[in-house]
Design a protein. Sequence first.
Length: 223
Amino acid sequence: MEEHMMAAETELEDRFVEDLHSAGTADGGKQIGGLQLAIPTTTNSGSYGGISRVDNAIWRTTTYDANSAFTGITQVSSTTVKTIFDNIMIARSRGTKGPNLILCSQEHYIAYTAATVNIQRITDESELGKLGFSTLKYFGASKSVDVVLEGGIGSAMPSNVTYFIDTNALKFRYHPDRNFVKFGGKQSPVNQDAIVQHIGFYGELTMNNPLHMAKLYDSNTGS
């Protein structure tokens, strides 16, 4: 029974991580709207939080295709990734405000690692690194920002994608009485030697300022 419970908890965590990367279209629209909804590839269509992105340019995040967005660059590689990151960080910053987290797919993280000489490969062991994330530091555009790997076995992170996130504008909100809370009591099916326990969740990943949010993707990795 304990092994079954541990497996169920692990499965719940995995599915929830998938939701946090999603566009919120699964389960009849009841899925959490994740990063693909908050920071989409196509920024001028649909709506977010009930506000039209078609009619309100101020409500759009920014997307960069590495194949065409930067002069003289056609893909993310160890020789181009720092320049790409510099351009995006500068373009999406205003004064002291801007992206304070760079979330990378495996491909982009490896490119950034290869671009960074040994003396610069410093993990932030006092913050995200200490929590178990694979982190490096980005130094540029007058900023110091964590570069975090979102990858590995069964990762829901899209390939060849990096998110530039202002964590001050991205919030995970939930109902205090439905934050994976048990309800309804334990139930035993009449035809099984089992116990059923309902767990309720009611919440959403929300964004209140798209100005400093950006998505980098590589549409042609072989170019």
